[in-house]
Design a protein around this ligand. Structure first.
Ligand SMILES: *Cc1c(COP(=O)(O)O)cnc(C)c1O
Length: 420
């Protein structure tokens, strides 16, 4: 007979009742009214909501300038172009991130150079970063993962010493802080994403943000067909440089503006729920909980747990064990809010390993490029992280409460005790 301790995946009763977990993002009357107003307007391409969204987001984040884009990846590519990277230049990037943190570098014919992560923060290891610098290095593309800022004090010192630009991939970390300052204001320029899964979402969309006028105008060139006009001048449709079409459009911008009014609240809820989950799980053997270093404010955009495979005696077959763990957790009623969003380290991905992004080996084959190798063995922490970790996002976000966090903790402990 199925007892209360029988896992739902084995036919037991799920711990989380149906209807407990809500979709993300929450939709309110404000979203409806902003979107209706956009529909009732006449400019549906880069319309008034796009301009307002860029201004409001920049003001919220503490940036002087921002440009609304159709994705975070577009904004990242604009960052790489803006800091003046050219064919064969190297850009340092963590070995563990979303693929486009590194493909945005390739899109500018530059060479990604990977650095392992710091085990505790899951962000780039600042100590190893310095060792990856060569005379080809142009920029450091730091990624603030899961809602936690990278170690920016050290990274800023390294960048200054070697005259390198800092690009911030803040796509997962709206509202995260380092030494009191928002991510996106800590380097030369930054990219944010408003994809549905992010803390600030508008379906799809992104933002390029900077305080530097010069970077802004270079980014703007790539953003809209390579055209540039002095402010206020009429568009003359002259492609003065190689551009792309990275502009956002009015409807998602309207959605994003309405969501932005609730972003502070979203972050408060995520932090409160994450704190409750941490209190419930502290001291449970077999789990490694996320940390919040002293200088940082973590938004817990994703609450990332590592299964301690050493303690669990599961170092062999760790990935399979983690996958079964996540499947069992989902079956308890947490659905898609529990997952491993990135299962591969970047240097293991074909696009980098093959070293042939554009055909004929470009950009690696360029006479301007130094030979690099992508040996997965150099990134042991990122690799273990890929096999040992899982993340919780939606169930810890608005409108969920600390009661939900307690329920999640119960699910985790139940699965931990009964998976075999
Ligand atoms: C989501 C994400 C991106 C890409 O953003 P899109 O809007 O999906 O293009 C880039 N980097 C990181 C770390 C992300 O999480």
């Amino acid at each position: 007979m199925a007892s209360k301790s029988t896992l739902a995946i084995a036919g037991g009763v799920p711990l989380v009742p149906r209807g407990t977990i809500h979709r993300w993002p929450p939709i309110s009357e404000l979203d409806h009214s902003y979107i209706r107003a956009s529909l009732d307007g006449t400019d549906h391409s880069y319309g008034p909501n796009c301009r307002r969204f860029a201004e409001e987001f920049a003001a919220w984040n503490g940036n002087r300038l921002a440009l609304h884009t159709n994705s975070g990846t577009a904004a990242l590519h604009m960052c790489v172009a803006a800091v003046g990277c050219a064919v064969g230049d190297e850009v340092i990037v963590p070995a563990y991130s979303w693929s486009s943190s590194a493909t945005a570098i390739l899109h500018h014919s530059c060479i990604p150079v990977f650095v392992d992560i710091d085990w505790d923060t899951m962000n780039i290891d600042a100590a190893q970063l310095a060792a990856a610098i060569t005379d080809k290095t142009k920029a450091i593309l730091v990624v603030h993962l899961h809602g936690l800022s990278a170690s920016m004090s050290e990274i800023k010192m390294i960048a200054k010493a070697h005259n390198l630009a800092i690009i911030e991939d803040a796509c997962q970390s709206h509202g995260a802080r380092h030494a009191g300052q928002h991510v996106g204001t800590l380097g030369d320029c930054a990219a944010f994403s408003f994809n549905q899964n992010k803390t600030l979402s508008s379906g799809e969309g992104g933002m390029f943000a900077t305080d530097r006028e010069d970077l802004f105008s270079t980014a703007q060139q790539l953003w809209s067909f390579g055209e540039t006009c002095p402010p206020g001048a009429a568009r003359d449709y002259h492609a003065v440089a190689l551009g792309w079409m990275y502009r956002g459009s009015d409807l998602p911008a309207a959605f994003g503006r309405a969501q932005l009014t609730r972003l502070d609240r979203y972050i408060e809820v995520q932090r409160a729920n994450a704190a409750r989950l941490s209190r419930c799980l502290t001291g449970v053997p077999g789990l490694i909980l996320p940390v919040e270093p002293q200088a940082c404010l973590h938004t817990y955009s994703t609450y990332t747990i590592r299964l301690d495979m050493n303690a669990l005696g599961r170092v062999e077959g760790a990935r399979q064990y983690r996958d079964r763990f996540v499947a069992a957790l989902s079956a308890e009623g947490l659905d898609s809010g529990v997952s491993q969003w990135q299962r591969f380290i970047l240097p293991e991905m074909n696009v980098f390993r093959q070293q042939n992004a554009f055909g004929r080996g470009h950009p690696w084959s360029s006479p301007h490029a130094r030979k690099v190798t992508y040996d997965a063995e150099h990134f042991p922490k990122a690799r273990s992280h890929c096999d040992w970790s899982f993340g919780i996002s939606t169930p810890l976000r608005e409108p969920h409460t600390e009661d939900t966090a307690e329920l999640i903790a119960e699910c985790i402990v139940k699965v931990l005790h009964h998976l075999d």
